[in-house]
Design a protein around this ligand. Structure first.
Ligand SMILES: C[S@@+](CC[C@H](N)C(=O)[O-])C[C@H]1O[C@@H](n2cnc3c(N)ncnc32)[C@H](O)[C@@H]1O
Length: 392
């Protein structure tokens, strides 16, 4: 394929990404993968070039672009060589018309930029939300001794115990160390969130929104496979992914519990007032993970944000009923918006005088309200809000 044909293919994929984002359809990476499957003539170099163009164009546009072509023209404003390829030749894009519409630049749709600015995420800090994410791994201490671990690439040590940083795209999943469960792929911010739980061997710990168990596995390692670890979630498919992962990681204490949304306590009744720690890794807008899913900012609406904030508040209330006196509740979101972080926890504390915020002092990030915040720009991790609350 020619460079111009790459651009035209990327425009077609962007049209599908834009339609999917407005209609809650497939994520961009699935659309890119589906395109590659349906267009076998594209070799691996073509696929890589097209994928890079698609993601660069997604990052270049703040609000939802009117079309894939408008998005690509926005990207081309920064690259004169790319503009020159809009000449209508071969399989390339048609020449640029005199009044052609460009998609708007920016970090996100205007309403979302305003919410971020209200949470002191503006300028460079906001632009960094769209950087390319590195690849972080966690050494699984259930199986590996960090001092003895020999990886094909050493990785840069991070100020987070057990975390190493590799370049984006490092094929770790093909490494023997990965296949044997010696390492897990996990953002350093996510690892810090797990460390904030301070889970210890012998404790009873509930991971209330365990998903596919990324954090559950880190908790099992911190507990040295001793104690009770409940991985709960309302999504059967995600929860179903935990068993094979736990087996590979040698995490033997994780028990899954499927929750009925709205009736979560029914399945968790045996642990009411019994848990030493409850982790609420709550469903959220994901504003801190746009480095990995940049088109997610086109999917979010004020209404969806409102729904998420209400769900987070409810899950906090569920968690509060599980924590034993003297136990801890750790609330985490991968969002930088205060309504999902500092504001959410401040509201909870005001309504639940039994709980008080523990001061945190993590090796990355800084305090935000009653908790702590990590940001891609200043900390190099995904964006997170983390609060640890102690129960009287
Ligand atoms: C941020 S994700 C969790 C990610 C996971 N902890 C990890 O580290 O990979 C939020 C999770 O909350 C779950 N969730 C949504 N509503 C829920 C509910 N009512 N009760 C429990 N979990 C819920 C979602 O299914 C999703 O897996």
């Amino acid at each position: 394929m020619t460079p111009a044909a790459h651009i035209q293919a990327a425009i077609g994929i962007l049209d599908a990404v834009i339609a999917a984002a407005s209609g809650q359809g497939a994520p961009a990476d699935r659309i890119v993968a589906d395109w590659a499957r349906a267009n076998r003539y594209a070799g691996s170099k073509d696929r890589k070039a097209i994928r890079e163009l698609v993601y660069a164009a997604i990052r270049a546009c703040g609000p939802v672009p009117p079309s894939g072509r408008a998005a690509m023209l926005r990207l081309a404003t920064d690259f004169p060589d790319m503009r020159a390829l809009f000449d209508g030749a071969g399989y390339g894009p048609a020449p640029i018309g005199p009044d052609e519409q460009l998609a708007a630049s920016g970090v996100a749709p205007a309403w979302l930029e305003e919410r971020l600015a209200a949470a002191d995420v503006a300028g460079q800090a906001a632009r960094a939300l769209l950087d390319r994410a590195p690849l972080d791994i966690r050494i699984n201490t259930l199986k590996a001794d960090p001092a003895m671990l020999n990886l094909p690439q050493a990785g840069a040590p991070l100020p987070v115990a057990g975390a190493l940083r590799l370049s984006p795209g490092t094929p770790v999943e093909g490494w023997d160390a990965f296949k044997q469960g010696l390492i897990e792929v996990q953002d350093a911010g996510s690892q810090l969130a797990c460390q904030a739980v301070a889970a210890a061997p012998g404790e009873t710990v509930i991971d209330l929104c365990a998903g596919a168990g990324g954090k559950t596995l880190a908790l099992a390692a911190a507990m040295q496979n001793k104690g009770t670890l409940i991985a709960a979630d309302s999504d059967r498919r995600r929860l179903g992914q935990l068993a094979p992962r736990a087996e590979r990681a040698g995490a033997t204490i994780a028990h899954t519990v499927l929750l009925d949304p709205g009736q979560e306590l029914d399945a968790l009744a045996p642990w009411e007032n019994k848990a030493d720690a409850v982790l609420v890794d709550a469903p959220c807008s994901g504003t801190g993970t746009w480095r990995r899913n940049p088109e997610a900012r086109w999917r979010l609406t004020p209404r969806e944000l409102e729904r998420l904030v209400a769900l987070q508040a409810r899950l906090l209330d569920v968690a509060a009923q599980l924590v034993r006196p003297g136990g801890r509740l750790v609330y985490v979101t991968c969002s930088l918006l205060d309504e999902e972080g500092a504001g959410q926890v401040a509201r909870f504390l005001a309504a639940n005088p039994r709980f008080s915020a523990d001061p945190l002092d993590l090796p990355l990030g800084c305090p935000r309200g009653p908790g702590w915040r990590l940001q891609p720009g200043s900390d190099g991790t995904d964006g997170f809000f983390i609060a640890r609350l102690s129960a009287a």
